[in-house]
Write a protein that binds this ligand. Structure first.
Ligand SMILES: *[C@@H]1O[C@H](CO)[C@@H](O)[C@H](O)[C@H]1NC(C)=O
Ligand SMILES: *[C@@H]1O[C@H](CO)[C@@H](O)[C@H](O)[C@H]1NC(C)=O
Ligand SMILES: *[C@@H]1O[C@H](CO)[C@@H](O)[C@H](O)[C@H]1NC(C)=O
Ligand SMILES: *[C@@H]1O[C@H](CO)[C@@H](O)[C@H](O)[C@H]1NC(C)=O
Ligand SMILES: CC(=O)N[C@H]1CO[C@H](CO)[C@@H](O)[C@@H]1O
Length: 372
């Protein structure tokens, strides 16, 4: 017994060393695993920002149907009489952030029952001019194009209707004076100025606790600066307070409805009027605010949307990258990256923010167990 006694401590020390070695190696392996995983996730997330896999191919979309809104919609103000123009005052093409070419946009408008459309790409009239040319060549006498642009900045979005030259947006946050200069320039070019979707501009920017467009001029200011009207319906939203404001100033302002179409989806509204001639000039004449504008311009609204929506085919890139993108989307659960409203001047209107969702890191416990 006495010979065995001294061996006991050395046996314990050796097993302690072994245990230490074991956990050290295990620790290193787990660490490697985490590092490899992090690199893999980083690569996936990087690819997600780099690969532009267009989900749907709108160049091939067909609109084989025709809608007759007059057959099931009545004007907002039912005293409004007969009308022959169904106008969309707000739309986008591939000349800005729209997904349809001017030609596709026109075909969609015709199939949705419009016979007039203002093409108002962000910061440029080129989309509108291209749409006008397309109609001259393909659909003359069937639909009227009003070329225009959406003056887009971090304070306000305004449509300039019926201009043939781009009015420059001088900065993401123009001064009051810059805005007045732009409004005057649009008038000089023979255009009308419509203030867009105030309900959207003033609603909260998610994650920032400020409106989407900070420092938006008030309606009273805009009236004073000479704007001609307000978009009271945008997509399927009816902005009642703005409509009431227009009604309080009927000889100075017109209320219009716009789809703000960016890609084929439901359309919801039509600006309606009766004109003597089927021309751009006759429509613009009617839209111009006057004592009788309110009686001569109204709108139709179907909040449930049009019955027919054309579906576009997926691109081949979509099939190739979807599994990879689904995986990287999963890893995006661990953080939220916010950039704020896009200024359309190459920048964003709010500072960017990344928020880590630490509670999501609980999944690392599971990895521990797998490694053991
Ligand atoms: C642009 O519009 C102005 C004002 O309406 C007009 O005088 C001019 O001829 C137009 N220019 C072109 C190229 O259409
Ligand atoms: C419209 O005018 C009435 C009467 O002057 C006023 O009480 C109301 O606040 C105004 N509404 C809007 C939206 O400007
Ligand atoms: C309608 O067309 C006629 C004949 O071209 C023209 O004289 C008249 O000014 C036009 N009216 C409007 C409002 O465009
Ligand atoms: C409808 O329009 C008429 C004049 O055209 C006006 O007198 C009336 O107040 C309007 N009704 C509503 C509900 O806006
Ligand atoms: C400019 C114009 O045509 N105004 C007309 C608007 O509607 C009223 C009532 O229907 C007509 O009397 C006006 O001539």
């Amino acid at each position: 017994m006495s010979t065995l006694e001294p061996q006991k401590p050395s046996y314990t020390a050796r097993s302690k060393t072994l245990l230490f070695e074991y956990f050290k190696k295990l620790g290193i392996r787990i660490l490697y695993f985490i590092v490899y995983l992090a690199i893999f996730i980083a690569i996936l997330l990087y690819l997600k920002t780099k690969i532009n896999y267009e989900e749907l191919d709108y160049t091939k979309i067909q609109f084989p149907w025709h809608s007759d809104p007059k057959s099931y919609l009545v004007p907002y103000n039912q005293t409004f009489g007969d009308y022959n123009i169904l106008l969309d005052t707000h739309s986008h093409t591939t000349y800005s952030d729209g997904r349809m070419s001017p030609g596709k946009l026109i075909e969609q408008a015709i199939s949705n029952g419009y016979n007039a459309i203002a093409v108002t790409d962000h910061q440029t009239v080129e989309g509108g001019l291209a749409a006008m040319k397309y109609v001259e060549e393909n659909y003359a006498g069937k639909i009227i194009v009003i070329p225009g642009m959406e003056y887009t900045c971090c304070r306000i979005h305004m449509n300039f209707l019926n201009i043939n030259e781009t009015v420059p947006v001088v900065s993401p946050k123009p001064t009051d004076n810059d805005l007045k200069v732009a409004i005057n320039r649009a008038h000089e070019l023979g255009g009308l100025v419509i203030v867009n979707h105030i309900w959207w501009s003033l609603t909260m920017q998610e994650g920032y606790n400020v409106p989407k467009l900070v420092d938006h001029p008030t309606k009273e200011q805009l009236l004073e600066w000479g704007v001609d009207g307000f978009e009271v319906v945008n997509q399927n939203v009816f902005d009642l307070p703005t409509y009431q404001f227009v009604k309080n100033h009927t000889s100075q302002l017109v209320a219009v409805a716009g789809s703000d179409t960016h890609y084929p989806n439901n359309d919801f509204s039509y600006t309606i009027m009766k004109t003597v001639n089927f021309t751009k000039e006759a429509i613009m004449e009617r839209l111009k605010p006057s004592a009788t504008t309110q009686e001569n311009v109204s709108f139709l609204l179907e909040p449930a949307g049009m019955r027919n929506v054309a579906s576009a085919p997926f691109t081949s890139a979509y099939y190739k990258y979807t599994p990879l993108m689904a995986l990287s989307s999963y890893f995006e659960n661990f953080y939220t990256r916010m950039t704020g409203t896009y200024s359309f001047k190459g920048t964003f209107c709010q500072p960017s923010k990344t928020i880590l969702h630490t509670e999501m890191f609980g999944w690392l416990d599971i990895l521990d167990q797998i490694a053991c």
